[in-house]
Design a protein around this ligand. Sequence first.
Ligand SMILES: CC(C)(COP(=O)(O)OP(=O)(O)OC[C@H]1O[C@@H](n2cnc3c(N)ncnc32)[C@H](O)[C@@H]1OP(=O)(O)O)[C@@H](O)C(=O)NCCC(=O)NCCS
Length: 188
Amino acid sequence: MELLSIETKRLNIRHLALSDLADFHSYRSNPEVTKYQGFDVMTMEEAETFIKDNSTKQFGRAGEWVQYAIENKATGKLIGDCAIKLDQFDTRVSEIGITISHLEQKKGFAKEALLSILSFLFDKKGVHRVVEIVDAENLASLNLLKSTGFRQEGHFIENVFFKGKWGSEFQYAMLKREWDERRGWHPA
Ligand SMILES: CC(C)(COP(=O)(O)OP(=O)(O)OC[C@H]1O[C@@H](n2cnc3c(N)ncnc32)[C@H](O)[C@@H]1OP(=O)(O)O)[C@@H](O)C(=O)NCCC(=O)NCCS
């Protein structure tokens, strides 16, 4: 099994563990955090089941979403998580998603994590294209994607029915060559 482990200035990105349960549940049970996401708030039992189910998954399997822990190195605490999927039909295409605890937002953690994940996928794993799909009203996420250099390439109008209404989404993407071009303006 391939163990993913990425270290940045302030963060460790690693496999989720049952010892993360309390921190994981603290933000996954917050409706503000899950507002624009495909999943809903979780009970402690659901969070535990999620971590257990996730522990059998591993990086590199086509079509499988794997959730990773984002840990603050200074405190050793879980402050968020990120999901990575390699495309079912071509593992050189990847999709990602990221969540930061409501208590730790706007401190640059998501950007730091996302840049390190992009470096891992593009520079170490030979990925050609990374995609993120985001709710059209999710301003924080849209700013994060723009700030890390993603390019908007799709706008789907009322394409998903979730949480009681039709929602619209943007698709953002980055290619390996765009990542290489941007290397000059951000510390990966
Ligand atoms: C989106 C999210 C991951 C951003 O995390 P974060 O750690 O607060 O983001 P950062 O501090 O790294 O900020 C990244 C950029 O987004 C901007 N930003 C962050 N939160 C913002 C907000 N609420 N409103 C407007 N802009 C925001 C920052 O100003 C920064 O821009 P800059 O680099 O130009 O200064 C976080 O808000 C979150 O987890 N939201 C809930 C989960 C979610 O919807 N995830 C996306 C779906 S996959």
